[in-house]
Design a protein around this ligand. Structure first.
Ligand code: GSH
Length: 207
């Protein structure tokens, strides 16, 4: 299998952590990919017309996107198809899928903030729009810190993997926002979760 990959992408990190935690990382070849809305990677768009990473090309040639679907697919490959259990018991996966969706929404906002500053000429950057994105992130972190911690303090699940990628990305790209200050439960959880070998091996790298 081939994974369109960048060591800076938090969505790719979700997939990499899931591969490592399920023992499947050795089955995947990483394809180093640099892609932006204005300069989509030529090798990628044939597989994912959206021009986004991660995209997973199976040995059959079939391509799976996006990170949410890829992680679900990886989970389903283990234990003779019974799954790795990252989504909880069958029929009860909705809270964990919701937590993952919320984490992905935070990542979308955090990545858009980076793009606004990196890809727009200075005179066209719109600070209120950036602050609107940060407000989404802050509200989601508030909700997770106050109402979702029991899902994070449970056996390993997809919500934890997604939140690990979120908090690592906020440290990587938005350290000035100091997310820990108003989110003590998440801060304590992250201090522990980030010591997992799968998290250490996938720490973001500037490209
Ligand atoms: N919903 C997608 C989001 C993926 C995404 O936004 N990836 C970024 C890199 S972190 C990307 O490929 N950006 C290029 C673009 O937006 O054209 C997922 O979960 O995989």
């Amino acid at each position: 299998m081939r994974l369109f990959h960048s060591p800076a992408s938090p969505f790719v990190r979700k997939v990499m952590v899931t591969l490592i935690e399920t023992g499947m990382a050795g089955r995947v070849t990483l394809i180093n990919t640099a892609t932006t809305p204005m300069a989509p990677d030529a090798g990628l768009i044939g597989s994912n017309p959206l021009g986004k990473i991660p995209a997973l090309e199976l040995d059959s040639g079939e391509v799976i996107v996006d990170s949410r679907v890829i992680c679900r697919w990886i989970d389903a490959q283990t234990n003779d198809g019974a799954g790795a259990g990252l989504y909880g018991p069958a029929g009860q996966e909705w809270p964990l899928l919701t937590l993952e969706a919320m984490a992905d929404g935070v990542l979308d906002a955090a990545v858009l903030m980076v793009y606004e500053w990196r890809m727009r000429p200075e005179e066209r950057r719109h600070a209120p729009w950036v602050e609107g994105q940060w407000s989404k992130i802050a509200r989601a972190l508030d909700a997770i810190d106050s109402r979702w911690m029991h899902h994070l303090e449970a056996p390993l699940n997809i919500g934890q993997i997604a939140m690990g990628a979120v908090l690592g990305y906020l440290d990587f790209r938005h350290p000035d926002r100091q997310w820990r200050a108003a989110h003590p439960h998440l801060a304590a959880w992250e201090a522990d979760f980030s010591t997992r070998p799968s998290m250490q091996q996938t720490a973001p790298v500037v490209v």
